[in-house]
Design a protein around this ligand. Structure first.
Ligand code: GLA
Length: 381
């Protein structure tokens, strides 16, 4: 299968960790539909680690934990499919998963066949307990082949956290997305670190095999399995905008059954989702004097732009520093000279407010840890 835009969905890990069940998954599926998240594009429901029994059956096949999943995974996939959603599951390239359940090492073809039989549409494939003598790239290729030959379209989500120079080989494996960073936690420090790490490897992003910056912590508010210090509303907005503009898959991690209105509004922000899902999937470029993605680990201010399929331009102005700032960029950096006869009509992605920018410099106040995102239309002067 070919994946043209970053996958969107919900994953059980951030909130539930090992405490998953058929009931949890079904209620999460209900919530995806009832809250309108499915219709906003979040169609994958992914069961993360800890769904299986610790032992395979006598035929070497994975078995769902009968206490957590009394009717098996197929019952969950039938339920999810009936709701217009797709079901994801989790396994690992090593001998065990990160939480020490059976991994798919040397069982790749058996497991892919099992997943296909269960109606699985997405496989997140982790990297714990990899035998040291094995090359990671071979193990991802092996599962890539197993999935491509299992008789069902299964999106392959690699999760080797960027280790072992993943970026240099991942596009040969059949993966449709790859975890380009280590796990994100629900804290501003973690969000900031993950985002900055991304700059170095943004150039490896592209249609068909997307850099995955990890699940979103938007709306976790310090709860759940990866809740640390929690983040503020401003920080969550910046987090979502960064993931959206950099073209990461958007996999929700908070408890969507109880999420507040502010969280839902952010996750369903039409402008940001449209920028993330733009059919041309062009890469962003830096403005404001930062000519490449190696902005350096101390750099906390950056603006970038992304040309969209219909001729619009998305602009993000990010202030990750601890003080409010006025930020600016020059229209010439977008290719718009002073005499080209065009101005920008800029829609604020968060407020819907429209401002115009004529030739020259555009300046905006950006609060600390905050951002401004605009979708800009070119109009005659
Ligand atoms: C790793 C992954 C996480 C999650 C856990 C499950 O840490 O990076 O996203 O899947 O394993 O054990």
């Amino acid at each position: 299968m070919i994946q043209l835009t970053p996958p969107m969905g919900w994953n059980s890990w951030n909130t539930f960790g090992p405490n998953i069940s058929e009931e949890t998954l079904k209620t999460a599926a209900d919530a995806l539909v009832e809250t309108g998240l499915r219709d906003a594009g979040y169609i994958y429901l992914v069961i993360d680690d800890c769904w299986a029994l610790k032992q395979r059956d006598e035929n070497g096949r994975l078995v769902a934990d009968p206490v957590k999943f009394p009717n098996g995974i197929k019952a969950v996939s039938d339920y999810v499919h009936a709701k217009g959603l797709k079901l994801g599951i989790y396994s690992c390239a090593g001998t065990m998963t990160c939480a020490q359940y059976p991994g798919s090492y040397e069982y790749e073809f058996v497991d892919a066949a099992t997943f296909a039989e269960w109606g699985i549409d997405f496989l997140k494939y982790d990297y714990c307990f990899k035998p040291e003598f094995e090359l990671g790239e071979l193990l991802y290729r092996r599962m890539g082949l197993a999935l491509a030959n299992c008789g069902r379209d299964i999106l392959f989500s690699a999760c080797s956290w960027g280790n072992d120079d993943t970026k240099s080989w991942i596009k040969t494996t059949g993966a449709h997305m790859w975890r380009s960073t280590h796990d994100v936690m629900d804290s501003w420090e973690s969000i900031k670190t993950r985002a900055k790490e991304q700059f170095e490897i943004q150039r490896f992003n592209g249609m068909g095999c997307f850099n995955d910056m990890d699940m979103l912590v938007v709306g976790m508010n310090g709860k759940g399995n990866v809740g640390l210090s929690a983040s503020s509303a401003t920080q969550y907005r910046t987090h979502f905008a960064l993931w959206a503009l950099l073209g990461s898959p958007l996999m929700i991690g908070c408890d969507i059954r109880t999420a507040d209105e502010e969280t839902m509004a952010l996750l369903k922000n039409k402008e940001l989702i449209a920028i993330n899902q733009d059919p041309a999937y062009r890469q962003p470029f830096l403005l404001g004097g930062f000519r490449n993605w190696k902005v350096g680990i101390d750099e906390d201010h950056f603006c970038f732009a992304k040309f969209l399929e219909n001729g619009d331009i998305a602009i993000g102005m990010f202030n990750l520093s601890d003080s409010d700032s006025n930020m600016f960029f020059h229209l010439t950096e977008l290719g718009l000279s002073r005499i080209c006869g065009k101005k920008l009509v800029m829609t604020d992605a968060f407020t819907g407010e429209i401002v115009e920018s004529r030739a020259g410099q555009f300046t905006s106040f950006v609060e600390k840890h905050g951002c401004k995102v605009y979708r800009c239309r070119l109009a005659d002067e």
